[in-house]
Structure formats: structure tokens, C-alpha cells
Design a protein around this ligand. Structure first.
Ligand code: NDP
Ligand code: X2W
Length: 363
């Protein structure tokens, strides 16, 4: 089967990563590639790493240019995709890397994005409970944000298993600068980011907070409240999320000393740590891309760079009664384009791993 795909936003980071993956996908032929201010430019001038597509011309991002393909990938700024998607035929598989169709709650959308809600599409994170089924045969898919991908994969198993309390969840994530897109911004200059780390969107203001809460609440079956702080790290790609939550009292009861959310016996603590670890191992046992690392080994962004892999490690902090989960992804691969291609594969009934890399690029 040959599937024709169009990629909009092809001059940007997400569009470039989509093309990198799709160019090696065995079932895909690349049709229109489109851009905005860079329409009319040769792709090789903007994405020189995409050798096999270097001579392709970027067209205008119009419904007409994107029509006539089996699949259309939208890798456009927030708010730009809804209008285009509305005009594409219902039978076309439209996969939106932007945020326009991720949130279920119109009020949350309006609060964080400030425009009218465009509706909700099936969420392209098949590893979350019940989500893979909704992607099969879907013709509209919302690709998760890169921070939500890592945060949800870190904590969803614990919530789905009822092992975590929903009201004390803290997530701090470091992102490479490509997460902010290719457009020039002063805070992304080399002189600003090199050898420096800085937080932003602190205090609940980041638009990924409602997206993370939505996914964790669905897994938990109850409302989960999250304190999320993103930080910018001096690297081009990668996200390292450190997510912590209080362990449910039923599990903590096993600590023999009863004041014992804080002080336990070694055996009690080891038992809880093992039970927690088992929850994540079981949740991801059959997942091709999510790996709980061997005990003692911690995720690093370098090891997943360029691949669709997710590296996870879990620890039980008996002193604080919390689980700590570290999760590394490549924001452009599993965090955007890889997740999009994986979702396409599921929607079209292809091998879920087709066109996706299993190896990272290191050092
Ligand atoms: N970067 C990341 O890690 C992630 C990105 N995403 C999402 O993917 C989408 C693209 O992000 P990213 O590639 O990083 O951004 P970039 O800024 O790198 O690229 C944006 C792309 O959109 C085009 N564009 C700009 N304005 C318009 C417009 N008004 N109408 C149509 N096209 C336009 C640009 O074209 P031109 O260059 O020709 O002006 C460019 O191709 C965003 O919604 C983002 O949130 C999702 C997850 C992670
Ligand atoms: C470093 C950086 O700026 N990151 C972006 C998130 C990128 C992403 O995943 O998100 P969307 O698809 O929702 O845009 C940010 O904080 O807005």
C-alpha cells in the first residue's frame, strides 16, 4: 500500500522532523510540502539535513495544495490549523501537531489560548489507557504537546493503578530550545541559552498544565491537579521530565512504623518500591517505544535523541512518601513527529512502528 502524505509547516522544526521520518517510511510517498513566509523556497535551503528532498519546492499552505492526499500533517502555529482542517475532506486523515484540538474543555482552551475552541480530536498518545483503540480508523488526530507526552507517560500508570494521590503532583521539565520552534526570539539566542538554564511559565501559567491534567485525570478517573514548571535547557532537542506524586495511603500502610508516611523499615520501603515499579513495568510491558530502564539506570535525553523511544525510571522516596518518575523523550520525535507517525500507522492499520527509529544518536 502506498499512502500519499502532505506536510504543512515543512520549513519549521516539527515539519522538518515529520519529513525526516516520512522520507524513510516504507508505505509513504511525500506529496505537497508547504510553508508560509518561506513558500517558494527550495527545501534544501531551510532543511539541509533532508538530502533526498532537497530539491522539492515549498508551496503555500492552502487547502487546495493540501487536498488530494491520504494524510495531511499540520505542523502550524496554534490557531492556524483548525480553519484548514475544517475544509479538508472527512475521509482525509488529518494529523495536527498543534494544540488546536487537544483539549476537551472549551473553558480551559479559552483561558490558555485566548481564542474560540475548535473541538476535540482523538489524542495521539496510544500508550495511555484506552487511547490506542480510539486511534484505530480515526480520521482526525491531535498530537500531544511535547511536555504532556513526557509527563503523561511518566505518571499515567500510577494514576491508572490507583497508587497515587491526585492533589499533590509536581512536574518539572527541562526542554531543548527546538521545543520553542524555529522563529527567532531573543531568549533563544545562543548567547542567552548556552551554559544556562532558566524556568518560564512558572506558577500554573503554562498552557500545557490543563493538557497534562486532562490526561492524568482520565487515567485516574478523578480530577488530578498538577503544578508544572518548564525550564529551558542548553540543548537543541530533548525533554527530561521529573514528575513526583504522593503515594496512596493503602500502599504506605505497609511501612511498618505507623507514623510512617515518613519513616519505614527497609523491608517495608523495598516492598512499596517493588510494587510501584511493577505497576510501570506492567503498563509498558508490550509497548514498543516505552522502556522502564533497569534499576539504577536513569534516563538521559541523549539516549533517545532522534528516536521514538521513551526512557523511564521510577524511585520511591520513602522519606517524603512520594514516587519520583524521570522520563526522557526527544521533543521532536516522540514529542511531535514520531508520535504523529505512530498515530498515523495505528489509524491506517499499518505496523505501529513503521518509519520510526529505535536507535538514538549519541554521544
Ligand atoms: N517544536 C516542538 O518540539 C513541538 C512543536 N509542536 C507543535 O508543532 C507546530 C509547529 O511547531 P514548530 O515546528 O516547532 O514551529 P516552527 O516555528 O519551527 O514552524 C512553524 C511553521 O509554520 C509555518 N507558519 C507560520 N505562520 C503560519 C501561518 N500563519 N499559516 C501557516 N503556516 C504558518 C512556518 O512557515 P514559514 O517558516 O514559511 O513562515 C513554519 O513552517 C506548533 O503548533 C507546535 O506547537 C508540538 C510538539 C512539539
Ligand atoms: C521550549 C518551549 O518553548 N516549548 C514549548 C512547548 C512546545 C510544545 O510541545 O508544544 P505545543 O505543541 O503545545 O506547542 C512551550 O513551552 O510553549
Amino acid at each position: 500500500m502506498t499512502i500519499s502524505v502532505a506536510v504543512s509547516g515543512a520549513s519549521g522544526y516539527a515539519g522538518g522532523e515529520l519529513l525526516r521520518l516520512l522520507a524513510s517510511h516504507p508505505d509513504v510517498t511525500i506529496g505537497a510540502i508547504t510553508a508560509h513566509s518561506n513558500a517558494g523556497t527550495r527545501l534544501g535551503e531551510l532543511q539541509p539535513h533532508l538530502h533526498s528532498l532537497a530539491d522539492r519546492l515549498l508551496e503555500e499552505t492552502t487547502v487546495q495544495n493540501l487536498s488530494g492526499h491520504d494524510v495531511v500533517f499540520l505542523a502550524l502555529p496554534h490557531g492556524a490549523s483548525a480553519e484548514i482542517a475544517r475544509q479538508l475532506p472527512a475521509e482525509t486523515l488529518v494529523i495536527d501537531a498543534g494544540a488546536d484540538h487537544r483539549l476537551e474543555d472549551p473553558a480551559a482552551w479559552e483561558k490558555f489560548y485566548g481564542t474560540a475552541h475548535a473541538g476535540t480530536w482523538p489524542y495521539g498518545l496510544p500508550e495511555l489507557p484506552g487511547r490506542r483503540e480510539r486511534l484505530r480508523g480515526a480520521r482526525r488526530i491531535a498530537v500531544p504537546g511535547c511536555y504532556p507526552t513526557s509527563a503523561l507517560l511518566a505518571l499515567a500508570p500510577g494514576f491508572a493503578a490507583g497508587a497515587l494521590l491526585p492533589d499533590d503532583v509536581v512536574i518539572v521539565s527541562a526542554s531543548g530550545t527546538s521545543g520553542a520552534g524555529k522563529a527567532a526570539k531573543v531568549n533563544l539566542l545562543g548567547s542567552e541559552v548556552m551554559a544556562s538554564m532558566s524556568p518560564y511559565g512558572v506558577g500554573g501559567g503554562h498552557r500545557h498544565t490543563p493538557e497534562i491534567e486532562q490526561g492524568l485525570s482520565a487515567a485516574a478517573g478523578t480530577a488530578v491537579t498538577v503544578s508544572f514548571t518548564p525550564t529551558l535547557a542548553p540543548m537543541s532537542r530533548g525533554i527530561l521530565a521529573t514528575a513526583t506524586a504522593k503515594v496512596a495511603p493503602e500502599l504506605l500502610k505497609e511501612l511498618v512504623n505507623t507514623d510512617a508516611a515518613t519513616i519505614g523499615t527497609e523491608a517495608g520501603e523495598a516492598s512499596i518500591a517493588a510494587q510501584l515499579r511493577r505497576i510501570w513495568l506492567d503498563a509498558y510491558e508490550d509497548e514498543p517505544f516505552v522502556h522502564v530502564l533497569p534499576e539504577g539506570q536513569w534516563p538521559a535525553t541523549k539516549s533517545v535523541q532522534g528516536s521514538n523511544h521513551v526512557a523511564i525510571q521510577i524511585a520511591f522516596d520513602a522519606h517524603a512518601g512520594r514516587v519520583i518518575v524521570c522520563c526522557a523523550i526527544d521533543n521532536l520525535t516522540k514529542g511531535t513527529a514520531g508520535g504523529a507517525v505512530q498515530s498515523m500507522n495505528i489509524a491506517l492499520g499499518l505496523d505501529e512502528t513503521s518509519g520510526l527509529s529505535f536507535q538514538g544518536v549519541a554521544p
